[in-house]
Write a protein that binds this ligand. Structure first.
Ligand SMILES: [Zn+2]
Ligand SMILES: [Zn+2]
Length: 897
C-alpha cells in the first residue's frame, strides 16, 4: 500500500478525512499547491502555494513572526503550561535508550514511549490520557546535515501530544484546535501565518490521515490520526484510535527567535561561548542570508555539497568568509549537537562501542574530535558538558545525577581514539585510491577509521551523503530470535507451580506427547528462560533433558518410556540442582547492582547465565575490571547477603511498574506480557524477572567472583559461584594459598641456608686450602678432606666424601687448589637429598684423558647416573649412595695409572 494512494483517496474526500471544526469555524480555505498540487488549508487568501513552494519560506530568519522570544528551555515551559492548562498530564521524558522495544536501540519518536510489542502486535500503553511529553529522540541518519543545514540535529526534543478518544481523551477536532491555539495564543503567531498540509501516515498495518502544520515554510508539527487497519480496498476503524502529534521543540524556539540557525537558540549559552572562544566574527548580516539560502536550497537539491555550493554562489560569500566564518561555525554547531546527544545517551546507560547502538555514539565522539583537529579548535570537552548540563537540567533535572559519569565515559573514549590514531595512520598511508562509500564503510567497520579522520587527513574532501544512512541501516535494529513451531494448537496454558507453592514433588496430567516431548496440565519444573537453566528431575520413570516455554505452554523434553496422553504422572524436581540455580539467580541481581554502585550508572545487565554450580553475568562497562574493582564488587555483594534483605516478588501492570520503578527494571530485556513480575531486593535492586529466587539474601550465604573477562567492546563477563560452591571455592583457594605459603617458606629457608653456607665456605676455604698446601708427601687428612701427594708421580689427588660439604664448598675449594697445583685433581662427593653428587676439578697439567670430564663420566656411571663437563671442570652424580668408595677407587685408577 503506497502512501501516495492513501493520500489521493483521503484528499478526494476532505470532508471525511481532513475538515476539522477549526477549519469550519475560522473559515480556512482549502487550496491545491500551484506547483506540487498538494492540498493545504489556510486563512491567507493570497497564498497560492504549499509551504514548500511559497516565497516566504524561511523568512522568519532575521524577522520572526512573533513578538515573544522563547529559547529552548522557555519554549518547552510555554508548551507544557498550555497543555496542562488544557487538561493534559505532563509526563517526564522516557530514556533515549529504548529498553522496552526489542527492535530499536534508541527512542526515535515520542509515540515510541507508549508502544509495547506483544508477539507481532504493537499495543499502546498510556500512563495518562491526554498527555504531553518532551521526548528526547535520537536519529543518526542525517548526521552529515548536522551543523550545516541550520535545522538538523542528531537528537532533538519531540513535543509529543497524545490522546486516545474516550471519556478522557479527544480526537481530530480538539487536537487541531489545541495546536492552533498553542501557536496563536501561547506563541503569538498570526493566524494567517499557519498552514495545514494534508498528508497521511501508515506503518505496522495501520494508517490514517495527518495534518502537518507550517509557519513560513518551517514544519513545526505533524498531527497523525492513527485510525484504520487493513488495506485501501478494505479497511476498518481500529479499536484503539490514537492521536500522535509530534512537534519539534527546537523549531518552536527557532521561529520565535529568528536566529540564523536553530542551533543559535537551542543549546543555551554554550554556543555563544564557543564562538567567542574561537574568535569567529559571527556577523548576522552574513549569517542570516546565508542560512536562509541554505534552508531554501535544501528543498531543491538532494546532495548537501550541492546545497552548500549553490548557497555560496548565490550569497556571494568570499572563500575567506567561508573558511573563517561558515566552516568553523558548522564545526562548533556539530560539536555542541553531538555532545548533547552523548549526554543523553550516556546518562541513560548507553556506552560508545563498536557494536549495536553503541556504534552510533562512538562515531559521534570521533566526529567531535576530528572536527576539533581539522579546524584547530581546542575546546575542553568537560567544560562543554558542564555548561550544557547546567542548561539542559532546566528541563531535564535527571541529567545532574550522571554529570560525572558522562565526563568519565567521554574522556575514556577520547583517550582510546587518540591511542588508535597511529594505527589509523598506517592504514590510511596504504590506501592507493580515493575510497568510495563501500570502502569507507569497510574502513570504519573493520578498522575503525572514520570518514571524519580521512577528511581531517585530506584523503577525501567530502563525506558522501549516503555514508551515514547506509551505516545507520547496518546498525539500526536488533535481530529477532525465531522459535521453531511445535504442534501445540488447542493445548491450554500450563499451570506454573513454581510461581505458586513450588513443590518438589507433584502429580500432573499428561496433555500431549510427541517425539520425546511431553506437555503436562501443570508443572513445577522451571523452563529455560531469562538465562536460567532448566530444572532436572523425573516425570514418571523418565529423566528430564530440557524444558522450554512456548508462549504459555511448557514443553518437557524427556528420555525413557513415554507416558500416554491422559495418564497421571508423579513428578520429582531435582531439589539440589534447583537450589543451586536459585541462589545463583538472586546472586546475579546482587552482583549487577553491586557492579553498578562500584563502577558507574552505565552498568546494565547485558546477559546472564545461571547453572547449578556456577553462573555468569555480562555487564556493560567500558574497560576490563581491575583486581580492585572485583574486590569491591564482591565486598558490596557479600554485604548485601550479610544484611539479610528479604527478596520480594510482586506482580504489577507493566505501565504501573514502569512509572513506579523506571526502566531499570528491564535488566533482562523486554517483557512481552501485560503483567510484570517485579523482584526487589529492598530498594537496592528492582528488576522485572521471571526466575526463581531465594526468600532472603542471607540464604545465599556467600558470593565469590571466580573470573572476569572483557568479552567484547563495552561488555565484561563476571563469572561467580554462590552458596556452598562459594564456600568451597574459598576453602580451596585458602588451602592453595596455605600450601603455597609453606612451599614459599621452605624455599626461603633453603635460600637462607645457602647464603649461610656460601658465607661459611668463603671463610673456611682459604684456611683449609692453606692447611692442605702445607701437607707433605703421602696421605693426609684435614677436616675430612683427604689429600694424596706423590712427589714423583704425574698427578696429585685430593678428595672428600663427607656430607659436611656441599657444591658451593667443593667448587670454591677445588678451584683454589687446582690453580695452586696444576698437577692436582680435586674430587668432591656429597649426598644431596635422594641423590649423590660429584664435582671434579683438574689442574692445567692433567691430560684430557684423565681430566675432569672423563672422571665425572666414569664416576657417575658407577653411581648410577650421568654427568659431564670439560677437562678442567665437570659435575654429575647418581643415586647409589653406597658406591661412594667404589667411585673414589675408580677415580684414583684413572689418575694414577
Ligand atoms: Zn507545493
Ligand atoms: Zn532475574
Amino acid at each position: 500500500m503506497e502512501k501516495k494512494e492513501i493520500l489521493s483517496k483521503f484528499s478526494s474526500d476532505p470532508e471525511r478525512y481532513y475538515k476539522v471544526r477549526l477549519f469550519e469555524e475560522e473559515g480556512f480555505n482549502r487550496k491545491s499547491c500551484g506547483i506540487c498540487k498538494r492540498f493545504f488549508w489556510t486563512l491567507d487568501e493570497n497564498r497560492i502555494n504549499c509551504p514548500d513552494h511559497s516565497d516566504d519560506t524561511y523568512s522568519f530568519i532575521g524577522n520572526p513572526p512573533t513578538n515573544k522570544r522563547f529559547d529552548y528551555t522557555q519554549a518547552w515551559k510555554e508548551v507544557e503550561s498550555f497543555f496542562k492548562k488544557n487538561g493534559h498530564t505532563s509526563v517526564n521524558r522516557y530514556p533515549v535508550v529504548c529498553r522496552w522495544r526489542d527492535d530499536l536501540y534508541f527512542t526515535i519518536a515520542s509515540i515510541v514511549d507508549f508502544q509495547r510489542v506483544m508477539g507481532s502486535k504493537v499495543v499502546f500503553e498510556f500512563p495518562a490520557n491526554p498527555l504531553v511529553v518532551p521526548q528526547t529522540c535520537l536519529r543518526f541518519k542525517d548526521l552529515e546535515n548536522v551543523g550545516v543545514t541550520g535545522r538538523h540535529f542528531s537528537s532533538f526534543c519531540m513535543i509529543g501530544q497524545h490522546s486516545i478518544p474516550n471519556e478522557n481523551g479527544y480526537w481530530k477536532d480538539e487536537c487541531v484546535n489545541l495546536d492552533f491555539n498553542l501557536l496563536t495564543q501561547q506563541f503569538g503567531i498570526g493566524k494567517k501565518e499557519i498552514t495545514f498540509v494534508e498528508d497521511v501516515w501508515e506503518g505496522g498495518g495501520s494508517f490514517g490521515s495527518s495534518l502537518e502544520y507550517f509557519v513560513r515554510g518551517l514544519e513545526l508539527g505533524n498531527a497523525v490520526f492513527t485510525e484504520f487497519q487493513g488495506d485501501l480496498s478494505n479497511y476498518k476503524t481500529l479499536d484503539q484510535r490514537i492521536i500522535d502529534m509530534g512537534a519539534g521543540l527546537e523549531r518552536f524556539a527557532w521561529i520565535t527567535m529568528g536566529t540564523p540557525t536553530a542551533y543559535d537558540c537551542c543549546f543555551g549559552p554554550i554556543t555563544k561561548k564557543l564562538i567567542q572562544d574561537s574568535g569567529i566574527d559571527a556577523d548576522s548580516t552574513i549569517l542570516t542570508p546565508y542560512f536562509t539560502e541554505i534552508a531554501k536550497n535544501l528543498e531543491l537539491y538532494d546532495d548537501l555539497a550541492m546545497v552548500r555550493k549553490n548557497t555560496i554562489k548565490s550569497t556571494g560569500l568570499s572563500e575567506e568568509q567561508i573558511e573563517k566564518i561558515i566552516t568553523p561555525l558548522e564545526g562548533i554547531y556539530l560539536i555542541i549537537d553531538h555532545i548533547r546527544t552523548l549526554i543523553f545517551a550516556i546518562s541513560d546507560g548507553a556506552l560508545p562501542s563498536n557494536v549495536g547502538g553503541g556504534y552510533n555514539l562512538r562515531i559521534m565522539l570521533r566526529r567531535i574530535i576530528s572536527t576539533m583537529n581539522r579546524l584547530k579548535l581546542e575546546f575542553d570537552l568537560n567544560e562543554i558538558i558542564d555548561i550544557q548540563i547546567d542548561y539542559l537540567k532546566n528541563t531535564y533535572s535527571e541529567l545532574e545525577k550522571t554529570r560525572e559519569d558522562v565526563k568519565e565515559i567521554i574522556s575514556i573514549e577520547t583517550r582510546r581514539y587518540d591511542s588508535s590514531k597511529q594505527r589509523m595512520q598506517k592504514i590510511v598511508s596504504k590506501l592507493d585510491k580515493e575510497p568510495n562509500v563501500e570502502d569507507l564503510i569497510r574502513l570504519y567497520e573493520s578498522n575503525g577509521v572514520t570518514p571524519e579522520y580521512l577528511k581531517e587527513m585530506k584523503v577525501i574532501s567530502e563525506i558522501p551523503s549516503t555514508f551515514y544512512a547506509k551505516l545507520s541501516d547496518l546498525h539500526q535494529s536488533k535481530k529477532q530470535k525465531e522459535q521453531t513451531s511445535l504442534p501445540l494448537e488447542g493445548i491450554p496454558d500450563t499451570e506454573l507451580l513454581f510461581y505458586g507453592d513450588d513443590p518438589r514433588e507433584f502429580h500432573a496430567k499428561v496433555l500431549k506427547t510427541f517425539e520425546n516431548f511431553i506437555v503436562l496440565d501443570k508443572t513445577a519444573f522451571y523452563a529455560r528462560g531469562g538465562g536460567q537453566e532448566p530444572d532436572h528431575g523425573k516425570i514418571g520413570e523418565c529423566e528430564i533433558i530440557d524444558i522450554t516455554k512456548y508462549g504459555n505452554i511448557i514443553v518437557h523434553e524427556i528420555k525413557g518410556k513415554m507416558p500416554k496422553n491422559g495418564d497421571t504422572v508423579s513428578c520429582i524436581v531435582d531439589a539440589k540442582r534447583r537450589d543451586g540455580i536459585t541462589k545463583n539467580h538472586t546472586s546475579t541481581h546482587i552482583i549487577n547492582t553491586s557492579a553498578r554502585s562500584v563502577l558507574g550508572s552505565w552498568v546494565w545487565q547485558h546477559s546472564a547465565f545461571k547453572e547449578e554450580d556456577h553462573a555468569r553475568l555480562d555487564i556493560t562497562h567500558h574497560s576490563a575490571l581491575t583486581d580492585n574493582d572485583v574486590t569491591k564488587i564482591e565486598q558490596t555483594a557479600n554485604l548485601i547477603i550479610e544484611k539479610s534483605i528479604p527478596v520480594k516478588i510482586e506482580n504489577f501492570d507493566r505501565g504501573t511498574a514502569e512509572q513506579k520503578y523506571g526502566f531499570r527494571i528491564y535488566q533482562g530485556g523486554v517483557v512481552p506480557v501485560k503483567s510484570v513480575r517485579i523482584v526487589s531486593i529492598g530498594d537496592l535492586d528492582i528488576e522485572a524477572c521471571g526466575g526463581t529466587h531465594v526468600a532472603n539474601t542471607s540464604d545465599i550465604e556467600a558470593i565469590k567472583i571466580t573470573k572476569t573477562k572483557r568479552i567484547q567492546d563495552g561488555v565484561v563477563r563476571i563469572e561467580f559461584v554462590s552458596g556452598d560452591n562459594a564456600k568451597e571455592f574459598v576453602r580451596k583457594k585458602q588451602q592453595d594459598s596455605e600450601n603455597k605459603e609453606i612451599e614459599e617458606k621452605l624455599k626461603e629457608e633453603e635460600k637462607e641456608k645457602r647464603i649461610e653456607k656460601r658465607q661459611l665456605a668463603k671463610e673456611r676455604i682459604p684456611i683449609i686450602a692453606k692447611s692442605l698446601s702445607e701437607c707433605k708427601d703421602g696421605i693426609s687428612i684435614i677436616e675430612n678432606i683427604t689429600i694424596e701427594l706423590r712427589e714423583t708421580g704425574k698427578a696429585n689427588f685430593c678428595y672428600s666424601t663427607s656430607n659436611d660439604y656441599d657444591d658451593i664448598f667443593h667448587i670454591g675449594l677445588g678451584e683454589v687448589l687446582c690453580k695452586a697445583d696444576p698437577k692436582l685433581v680435586y674430587c668432591g662427593l656429597f649426598e644431596d637429598r635422594e641423590k649423590i653428587r660429584v664435582i671434579v676439578f683438574a689442574g692445567d697439567d692433567i691430560p684430557k684423558e684423565s681430566g675432569a670430564g672423563e672422571i665425572v663420566k666414569s664416576i657417575s656411571q658407577i653411581l648410577g647416573g650421568a654427568g659431564g663437563g670439560n677437562p678442567k671442570f665437570a659435575q654429575g652424580g647418581g643415586i647409589n649412595k653406597s658406591k661412594k668408595e667404589d667411585a673414589i677407587k675408580n677415580a684414583k685408577t684413572m689418575i694414577f695409572e
